[in-house]
Design a protein around this ligand. Structure first.
Ligand code: ACM
Length: 761
């Protein structure tokens, strides 16, 4: 793995205090004209790359680029410029230096202008209304320089973000990244104009902040004895036997806060409470209700050791926050609030007495009491809290902002109660999910979230009435690092989708996916050349597989990258053909191989294994719809002859039902004799095998087959059922596992049911 050469100095870019006085008049802004440059005739000019992400609201047509030796500050508010310029100077990417030309940078502040850039000849005019837009302006200039290898395009653009909160999160609890990596992460956020870095600093597996009053947080809570190897669902579990951990000193955190502030980014620290606190409890067992010694967690998931709402705990938290507030000047402090199992509170007489004394409804009321006490304390210090959407349960703290992660509903409910909201639903914003269905993808937590699904995200929920839209402050991408032991893996999982979310939360000015794909293509090329480990799945065919009743299965190509070609090979045919029609009819069973090319670049081949069966020409309807985020390509995904992955439950083949049964009616042209079904098991993700499968004839409602002993040691269970009599119309009734019992992952929640494929012969 190549490292980005961060020591490389942006040699050609320096600020000099020029004595040159501007001759620009204030009405210049209105009079900006299309580029007409005599210098455009110069042989040193070439066509500009204007693939800006996020894309600006308006930009002049692709112009030319000019060699520039240096940018010289010439006019305007020099202090302001100097506040931001150091990071422009030290940006790492190589640039051309073989010119003696000098560009004068002129800076103008106007009300309500958003920001504008006008580069005509050797004059760079920057216009902005507020500091944040000056930062955005300079980030654009930076991108223009990087995309054009250090040369400046002649261009005019104007821009303004749609959403005020544009965030990226990073979990340093599961894996720890040193300060240099954190700064690199902040650089990426700067490049893509994010303005909030949500730093997730405490976890069951490690406490990462120095708190001077509590030295055992550093000695004990910051280190776990060993770490789980492989995936959470792998059996048997194995551990690496190596002590792992680390923490940031207060000086280091201050350094990161200052580094981010100079780049226009606010660091929002998170101390996750009252759950996800095993590490702190390992250091100070008196924080739990049982008071027993526990170890810092060594595997992933949800843990039962949670904070007990005693005065000892509140004093501890107040002391912790007192130290943190000195380091983090942000308006917002994130207090977590997610995934707090209530078992220990149920067993604790202290908690039960407190519930009675405070006249609370139940343990959810107790969680609400907990959060509200912390909110009150932080409000008294002039700060506001953000919490994950569980803080809605049991009553929302009066001034809290809600991060809606388990879907959109938390955001909708909070906005409808006039609370601010940041949208970060797992379906579109969890960048720890797989981004490709390729079997060689590096290990991830699960799910399937390709960049196009991030692109298609609509931040304002459809169900929200217009008068409540103002409560949606913006969106955030989350990077949970259970399966990211190195910063290179963070880059791989994060960067492509971070760039895509930047486009979405800015206002999606690229308008359509094909166009955005082209912009992203230029960015992946640029970052790869700079040594960053950005994932590139743009040359991966995006397949839309359809079943037409009476006809069969076709592979349609959707969302192909503009300017690319697709090639395919059928089973039993060695010739590779270019796909011109946009779809391939699957006729013979076997492997279909596809790949994409753009220019000289060739993407990885994708194999579709087609197993023909009776339902391929049939039809299917479902009584209960699958969850929107696990709806594959609609109900037909489970009768199209293509099996979902044996390793991953996301993707376009598996259908996931949140707590519901799957009841499918399947019509066939020929009578069925047998039905085979496949179910996914992933208890760490709350995915359980079904309690029972029953198959009926849809006309007579006669029971044709039943199976209730469904088990597997693997991730996928296959159930083969012979029908007692043939039928051309079946009801396939799959009963969900139900509420997950105590002691199992996800206890108390309804289990997920994942199905693919229903093979009918
Ligand atoms: C979360 O993903 N537990 C907020």
């Amino acid at each position: 793995m190549k490292k980005i050469p961060f020591t490389f100095c942006f040699a050609m870019l320096f600020i000099a205090c020029s004595t040159k006085q501007s001759t620009i008049q204030s009405n210049d802004l209105k009079n900006m004209t299309p580029m007409q440059s005599s210098a455009a005739q110069s042989p040193s000019f070439s066509i500009a790359n204007l693939s800006l992400i996020p894309h600006p609201q308006s930009i002049s047509a692709p112009g030319l680029v000019t060699e520039i030796k240096s940018l010289v500050f010439a006019h305007g508010d020099r202090d302001k410029l100097e506040q931001y310029m150091p990071w422009l100077e030290s940006w790492p990417m190589p640039v051309s230096t073989n010119s003696s030309r000098v560009a004068n940078v002129e800076l103008y502040k106007y009300d309500d202008v958003g920001y504008k850039i006008s580069i005509i000849d050797d004059t760079v005019r920057l216009y902005y209304d507020k500091d944040e837009n000056l930062r955005n302006c300079l980030a654009t200039l930076l991108q223009l320089l990087q995309l054009n290898k250090g040369r400046l395009p002649l261009v005019e653009l104007s821009d303004n973000p749609q959403f005020s909160y544009r965030g990226m999160h990073l979990d340093v609890g599961r894996h720890f990244f040193d300060v240099e990596d954190i700064k690199k992460y902040v650089d990426y956020l700067t490049f893509y104009k994010f303005n909030n870095f949500h730093w997730h600093l405490s976890e069951d597996q490690g406490w990462r902040v120095e708190i001077k009053r509590y030295p055992k947080l550093q000695e004990i809570a910051a280190y776990r004895p060993q770490t789980l190897v492989g995936h959470y669902s792998d059996k048997p579990e194995t551990y690496d036997g190596k002590k792992y951990g680390g923490y940031y000193t207060q000086a280091q955190m201050k350094e990161v806060v200052a580094y981010a502030a100079a780049r226009g980014i606010t660091v929002v620290p998170e101390i996750d409470l009252p759950g996800h606190m095993t590490a702190a409890i390992a250091a100070y067992p008196e924080l739990s209700c049982h008071g027993k010694q526990v170890e810092v967690a060594q595997k992933w998931g949800i843990f039962f050791d949670v904070l007990c709402p005693t005065e000892t705990t509140f004093k501890f938290l107040e002391n912790v926050f007192d130290e943190l507030l000195e380091i983090f000047p942000s308006k917002y402090i994130h207090i977590g609030g997610d995934e707090c199992p209530k078992e220990q509170w149920k067993e604790s007489s202290f908690c039960q007495d407190l519930i009675a004394e405070k006249d609370l409804k139940d343990e959810h009321g107790l969680q609400s009491y907990f959060i509200q006490r912390i909110e009150k304390y932080l409000n008294s210090k002039g700060r506001s809290i953000i919490g994950w959407d569980e803080i809605l349960e049991g009553g929302l703290a009066p001034n809290a902002t809600v991060m809606s992660w388990r879907g959109e509903q938390g955001g909708i409910d909070a906005a409808n109660s006039n609370h601010d909201v940041i949208m970060t639903p797992t379906s579109n914003c969890y960048f720890d999910y797989y981004q490709s269905e390729d079997k060689d993808e590096p290990l991830a937590i699960g799910g399937y979230l390709p960049y196009d699904k991030v692109y298609n995200y609509q931040i304002i929920p459809e169900a929200l009435s217009e008068d409540k839209h103002k409560f949606i402050l913006g969106a955030q991408g989350n990077i949970w690092t259970e399966y990211m032991p190195t910063f290179e893996k963070v880059e791989y999982m994060g960067m492509t989708r971070m760039a895509t979310l930047a486009e979405v939360v800015w206002g999606k000015n690229s308008k359509e996916l094909g166009k955005f794909g082209e912009l992203l293509f230029d960015h992946t090329t640029m970052w790869t050349a700079a040594g960053a480990n950005i994932a590139n799945h743009l040359l991966e065919p995006k397949l839309d597989i359809s079943v037409t009743e009476g006809k069969g299965v076709a592979v349609n190509l959707s969302n192909a990258l503009a300017g690319s070609q697709v090639f395919y090979q059928r089973p039993l045919d060695s010739s590779v053909k270019e796909l011109v029609s946009g779809s391939i009819e699957l006729e013979e069973a076997g492997d279909y191989i596809l790949h994409m090319e753009k220019g000289k670049l060739k993407g990885k081949s994708k194999k579709i294994t087609y197993s023909k069966h009776l339902a391929n020409t049939g039809s299917i309807t479902l009584e209960n719809p699958p969850a929107a985020k696990y709806s594959g390509n609609g109900p037909q995904s489970i009768i199209n002859g293509i099996k979902g992955s044996d390793e991953k439950y996301g993707g376009m083949e598996w259908l996931g039902f949140a707590g519901d049964d799957m009841v499918a009616t399947i019509s066939l042209a020929e009578a069925a004799q047998s039905v085979e079904l496949r179910f996914y098991k992933g208890q760490g993700q709350w995915i359980y095998l079904p309690a029972r499968v029953r198959i009926y004839d849809a006309e007579s409602l006669e029971l044709l087959a039943e199976e209730s002993n469904i088990e597997t040691e693997d991730k996928v269970a296959t159930v083969m059922m012979k029908l007692s009599s043939p039928s051309t119309k079946l009801i396939v009734d799959v009963t969900n596992y139900g509420i997950i019992p105590a002691g199992k992952q996800g206890s108390g929640h309804a289990a997920w049911l994942f199905v693919d494929e229903v093979i009918i012969r």
